[in-house]
Design a protein around this ligand. Structure first.
Ligand code: HDE
Length: 696
């Protein structure tokens, strides 16, 4: 027995003992042909990746084992600081293409030529939770887009809500401290339903408009593909002639908006904590590329001056009915990241990344953001060279005389690392014609710490938002407020909040007080300026705003033994004709026997697929299968929940289980009984929810 074989006998679980390093002058690449050999970070081929170096098979590990130490050291440092906000995110690559030239308002090249596709990277996120938190807390969603334009990177770092909690950047650390897990106890994770958040809100009436949005269905999106996005802060657009206008940025999902209910959100968080991340990934893998249209609200100085609210106040929006949206182009997300960490985690967005043609406003929240993002990347990514990481690097040429610093990946040549210089005529120089020009805005004023009086009305738009909602949406908001305030321990905080709600809308205040059992206990809030009555804006609603569609949604089809395979095939065909997905569910993941005794494959098992994961459901069963389902609590809950959540329900041979679950009424379609049963079922499913069934 030669030496190599002896060593092999001592190894535990070595699967690759034939992976040789180099032999007789061959490099390790040559030695292995097309097989990739495992090496250290120094390129040294590794002969054994299963066993550390020991003094004898059972002896202590030797410090000399540079392979073990390199591997463990690298592992020990795998995590980087997570984002202080928006830690939980999901990313995607894609492109943006304008429908028409916007040259009249902006000289930004990527908005000027309808034939140009600009690559983008998008990161959607929640705000409050850590990187490992669930996808469906009640929370604002981040909607950040990096455009790799030919004139440099432009980051549109927005949210799925058009306003913000605070007006001045100096309050941001306080806001975030209050909403994140409490300082002493370390909970709750990713939830705003706790004392410190509502304490802050009750003392900061400027947050009330955003609170109305946060308590609405907007904070429980059905999918990241079904959310609107907003730039929130007011920016400027500048054209070739140097004319500047104000702009509000909007993203509109082609699939329309959809939300889940609170009860669904709670259950989904248990059944699939990665609900949104999985949904985005799977849609892109399936070629159902998420699409969003970019739209502008453009205001000139006069319109801005005439507007009732200050356009520099990020707690206010401009209704579409006042300044209509101009649709500018479309973004298509068509590629999943290859590596989560390298791309989604390391991507670094900064609102200060603008290109010629886009400029800032004096919004004091935006001004603070312009500082914060660059600063946070330094601590998160550890070096000012974060722009060299592939996901952050511009795709156009870039050159300057910044040098060195940690993790420098470039090897600049020559002596000239300063400007002006005469020794290198090819060294980069400034360009007055191509360079970014700040819009010359006359400024004057006294240096003061002050909030402008034009920012003082905190109630009018909060009221407008609530009053613009449909009755269903208003009910959801009442329930959300009751739930959140119900989780607040200190009665004083609840009482203060009731006072604010009374000002926003006395009916809302009364209902929430009743639901909390605190009628008459509100502490009166006294606004500093009287609010004004604003006309409702129907564009703020989610329900009814977009045409009904099943496109991009998922229908859960539960199959029980003896089911009619023809009905299943027709149903799946009908679902797919809507560009929706059918998920086949079996009581066992190994498959289900159809009526002819053939075992049909399924996608998932019932115990892991509650109906909250689907937009509509159907149950197909033979007589035996139907009886078995009545004894299966998962099946009964599947139907009961679908009924409670107002979903379209289809039934084929599943009468007993439907009876057990007490499932009947509008939107419950028996495929056998009804003529065109499947198309009736699909029709209801297109509507999202059967609101008429909402007995509440
Ligand atoms: Fe952010 N925000 N923010 N924010 N924000 C960050 O930057 C900050 C605000 C938003 O997917 C941080 O890279 C301040 C409004 C998104 O990587 C940090 C203020 C809006 C993301 C930061 C705000 C946003 C962030 C943390 C008040 C909607 C995630 C990690 C002045 C327009 C981007 C990071 C991603 C991330 C600061 C307010 C959106 C700390 C100081 C308003 C979508 O720099």
């Amino acid at each position: 027995m030669n030496k190599k074989h002896k060593a092999g006998r001592e190894k535990q679980g070595s699967a690759q003992s034939d992976a040789r390093a180099s032999k007789g002058g061959e490099t390790h690449q040559q030695a292995t042909g097309d097989r990739t050999i495992l090496t250290t970070n120094q390129g040294v081929a590794i002969s054994d990746n299963q066993n550390s170096l020991k003094a004898g098979g059972r002896g202590p590990t030797l410090l000399e084992d540079f392979i073990l130490r390199e591997k463990i050291t690298h592992f020990d440092h795998e995590r980087i600081p997570e984002r202080i906000v928006h830690a939980r995110g999901s990313g995607a690559h894609g492109y943006f293409q304008p429908y028409q030239s916007m040259k009249h308002v902006t000289k930004a090249n990527f908005l000027s030529d309808p034939s140009v596709q600009t690559p983008v990277f998008v990161r959607f996120s929640t705000v409050a939770g850590g990187a490992g938190s669930v996808d469906l807390p009640r929370d604002v969603r981040g909607f950040a887009v990096k455009f790799y334009t030919q004139e440099g990177n432009y980051d549109l770092v927005g949210n799925n809500i058009p306003v913000f909690f605070i007006q001045d950047a100096i309050k941001f650390p306080d806001l975030i401290h209050s909403v994140k897990m409490e300082a002493d106890r370390g909970y709750p994770q990713a939830g705003s339903a706790h004392d410190t958040f509502w304490d802050f809100v009750s003392l900061m009436p400027e947050s009330l408009h955003m609170i109305m949005w946060a308590m609405s269905d907007r904070t429980l999106p059905r999918s990241l593909r079904m959310m609107e996005g907003f730039g929130v802060n007011t920016f400027r657009l500048v054209n070739d002639a140097g004319e500047s206008n104000f702009v509000k940025f909007h993203w509109r999902p082609i699939l329309g908006t959809s939300a889940v209910t609170w009860d669904e959100a709670v259950k989904i968080s248990g059944a699939d904590p990665d609900f949104h991340r999985r949904d985005l990934y799977e849609a892109i893998e399936a070629g159902a590329f998420p699409e969003f249209e970019l739209a502008f609200q453009v205001l000139d100085q006069k319109m801005a001056d005439d507007y009732r609210f200050d356009i520099l106040d990020a707690t206010k929006l401009i209704p579409e009915e006042v300044v209509p949206l101009q649709v500018v182009g479309k973004m298509v997300l068509n590629r999943n990241p290859d590596n989560f960490f390298a791309e989604t985690e390391q991507v670094a967005f900064c609102p200060s990344h603008v290109v010629p043609g886009i400029d800032f406003s004096e919004d004091p929240l935006l001004q603070g953001r312009l500082f914060s993002y660059l600063d946070t990347q330094l601590s998160r990514l550890g070096t000012p060279n974060f722009h060299q990481i592939p996901v952050n690097a511009p795709k156009c040429p870039f050159a300057n005389l910044q040098r060195d610093a940690k993790m420098q990946m470039m090897v600049p040549k020559g002596r000239a690392n300063y400007e002006p210089n005469s020794i290198d005529p090819s060294a980069p120089r400034e360009s007055h014609s191509y360079g970014f020009q700040t819009t010359p805005i006359p400024l004057e004023g006294t240096k003061v710490r002050l909030r402008a009086e034009s920012f003082a009305d905190h109630y009018s738009q909060a009221r407008m938002f609530y009053r613009s909602m449909s009755l269903h949406e208003q009910k959801h908001m009442q329930k959300a407020l009751t739930f959140e305030l119900g989780k607040v321990d200190i009665p004083e905080i609840r009482r203060k909040m009731l006072g604010h709600l009374d000002v926003i809308d006395p009916d809302l205040g009364t209902i929430v007080a009743e639901e909390l059992g605190m009628t008459g206990e509100a502490i009166r809030a006294t606004p500093t300026v009287p609010h004004v009555e604003l006309p409702p804006s129907l564009a703020l609603r989610m329900i009814g705003k977009y045409p009904p569609t099943l496109k991009g949604r998922k229908v859960g089809v539960l199959l029980a033994p003896g089911f009619d395979v023809e009905v299943m095939q027709q149903l799946v065909k009908a679902i797919e004709a809507e560009s929706a997905t059918a998920a086949l569910i079996g009581t066992k993941v190994g498959g289900v026997q159809d009526g002819a005794g053939t075992k049909q494959p399924v996608d998932m098992a019932l115990n892991a697929s509650p109906s909250v994961l689907f937009d509509a459901v159907a149950v197909l069963a033979g007589t035996e299968g139907d009886r078995a389902l009545t004894e299966n609590p998962d099946a009964v809950t599947f139907l009961r929940d679908a009924l409670r959540h107002l979903k379209s329900i289809g039934l084929s041979g599943a009468t007993s289980v439907a009876n057990r679950a007490e499932v009947s009424g509008l939107g419950v379609t028996n495929f056998a009984g009804a003529k065109d049963g499947i198309s009736t079922f699909i029709n209801f499913a297109r509507g999202g929810r059967v609101w008429e069934r909402d007995s509440d």
